[in-house]
Ligand binder design. Sequence first.
Ligand SMILES: [Zn+2]
Length: 157
Amino acid sequence: MGRMPKWRCVASIPEVTYFKPVGIPYRTLEEIRLFVEETEAIRLKDLEGLEQEECAKRMNISRPTFHRVLVAARGKLADALLNGKAIRIEGGNFEMARRQFYCINGHQWDVFFKDMIAKPPELCPTCDTPNIMPVQPPGFGWVRGGYGRHSGRGKTR
Ligand SMILES: [Zn+2]
């Protein structure tokens, strides 16, 4: 195993995670995979109109890294838009800015990005049970081991 991937802090995950062009037969339809941190880069820079410096800070990455993520995201969107490809939003190297956890006894609490990447919670802070789970964003089946972290490197189609 290599070194730990660097998690990008993501504050918001899109509710709609699949886009398909009209009139393209399924057998010829190509699909672009957009990582969640790439949608966050687009959201911060192009939707909220923040400076790159501020975007990078919010995602807890360097400015050059933010720039690379943004350029990759825009390139994928352009490819999908101009070449009639579907877009699937999933995976990537990211962790949520704020993640809600719950325990088997019904307690709920928030875990923030910096605590999450330093050491994910193991016990409920109220009753000390180890039977805890993160609350998943609605309609987003992104758990695969651990607390839903994905390593999507090299799997772009
Ligand atoms: Zn509890």
